[in-house]
Ligand binder design. Structure first.
Ligand SMILES: *Cc1c(COP(=O)(O)O)cnc(C)c1O
Length: 376
């Protein structure tokens, strides 16, 4: 057989690896990371993905998982046991709050949600059993921006771990570990893979003791990612920086356009100077503001339907961060299970639409939005 030296990593679609003899087996245990045994424990494709993401986030190492949700689960279970207490930002991804309040509570882990106004003053929420706080760099769908450095000072003062879901910002904008976070998680499903064809997650740790715990939870609970999904995500990750630049410049252009449109009542985008955390976002976001924005037309279901039906090129898809633009409807999807009072207090009303801005030519997107808004 000729010597094969592929430029890119092939897909190691195998569940197990073979050993020459007992010496090779001993080497596997004595030199971790030098060889592979079983794909649930580790595989070259998932390992490549973990290492590439870890480089971007600047951690001690990373563990990739089968989804963003299993990444959050691995992070929390690596730290908490029955009897422990978790703090969670009030504005959090719906799946995360369901995991914490409906499943982890069944395992004896207690959860308290910290209202947005109290984010940086945790004294009245911390108990002797509190182990961690979970929050997002930018919230969904209203793009509240978290001051990670300020929050990290507070969590350190209370001796609890800070776990940041950096899915919306990506390390191209913000690197939470450098700002004081202990762990970072991502839904790789979103920007990191970027093409709406992968479901995966990752946990990046600042400390190697944390990393070993996450690794163990991933292996023992079977939260591992498949080689093929790992390979696809590595492929997507190669263009993350380029994509984030285009997502961000497109979103800024669209947000500015929507802001002056007579049928649009409000726009939420950190890149607009009217956004309450614009200065923080600028400084924490490496000069970019990401590809997610929300806007409000009139609070009328029929108007929302006419807008959606009117769009020719932008589909309604309840996910985000792909190369092609899509819209979503928070009240009917991510925030469906909240009470009308909760929705109202967060500002999520009938007319609020979320836009995941892709990397198309901005003129195409503006034209589609223009003609759909005309039908509202
Ligand atoms: C999508 C998402 C998740 C969950 O990720 P999955 O890959 O769907 O499991 C977690 N956090 C945020 C902010 C997300 O957008």
């Amino acid at each position: 057989m000729p010597q094969i030296t592929p430029k890119t990593t092939p897909i190691y679609q195998t569940s197990v690896f073979t050993f020459e003899d007992l010496n090779a087996l001993e080497l596997y245990f004595s030199e971790p990371g030098k060889s592979y045994m079983y794909t649930r424990y580790g595989n070259p494709n998932t390992e490549e993905l973990a290492q590439e993401i870890n480089k971007l986030e600047g951690g001690a190492g990373a563990v990739v998982t089968s989804s963003g949700m299993s990444g959050i689960l691995a992070a929390v279970l690596s730290i908490c046991k029955a009897g422990d207490h978790i703090l969670c930002a009030e504005e959090i991804y719906g799946g995360s709050s369901t995991l914490l309040s409906q499943e982890l509570t069944r395992l004896g882990i207690e959860v308290t949600y910290v209202p947005t106004a109290d984010t940086y003053t945790l004294s009245s929420y911390v108990k002797p059993t509190t182990r961690l706080l979970l929050a997002e760099t930018m919230s969904n769908p209203l793009l509240l921006v978290l001051d990670i450095e300020k929050l990290a000072k507070e969590t350190r003062a209370h001796n609890i771990k800070l776990v940041i879901d950096n899915t919306f910002a990506t390390p191209v904008l913000t690197k939470p570990l450098a700002l004081g976070a202990d762990m970072v998680i991502h839904s790789i499903t979103k920007y990191i893979s970027g093409h709406s064809d992968v479901t995966a997650g990752v946990v990046i740790c600042k400390q190697s003791e944390d990393l070993q715990r996450v690794q163990k939870v991933m292996m023992v609970l079977g939260l591992n990612l498949s080689p093929f999904e790992g390979w696809l995500a590595v492929r997507g990750l190669k263009t993350l920086r380029l994509r984030m630049k285009q997502h961000s410049s497109n979103a800024l252009e669209i947000a500015s356009y929507l802001q002056q449109h007579p049928k649009v009542e409000k726009v939420w985008y950190p890149g607009l100077s009217a956004h309450p955390q614009h200065e923080l976002a600028k400084q924490q976001g490496n000069g970019m503001f990401g590809g997610m924005l929300s806007f409000k037309i009139k609070d009328d279901t029929e108007a929302v339907n006419r807008f959606m039906q009117g769009l020719q090129h932008i589909p309604f898809a309840p996910s985000l961060a792909g190369v092609s633009t899509s819209i979503s409807y928070p009240m009917g999807t991510s925030h469906r299970s909240l009470t009308p009072e909760q929705q109202q207090s967060m500002g999520i009303t009938t007319g609020v639409i979320r836009l995941s801005v892709g990397i198309e030519e901005p003129e195409e997107l503006l034209a589609d939005l223009e003609q759909a808004l005309a039908q509202v």
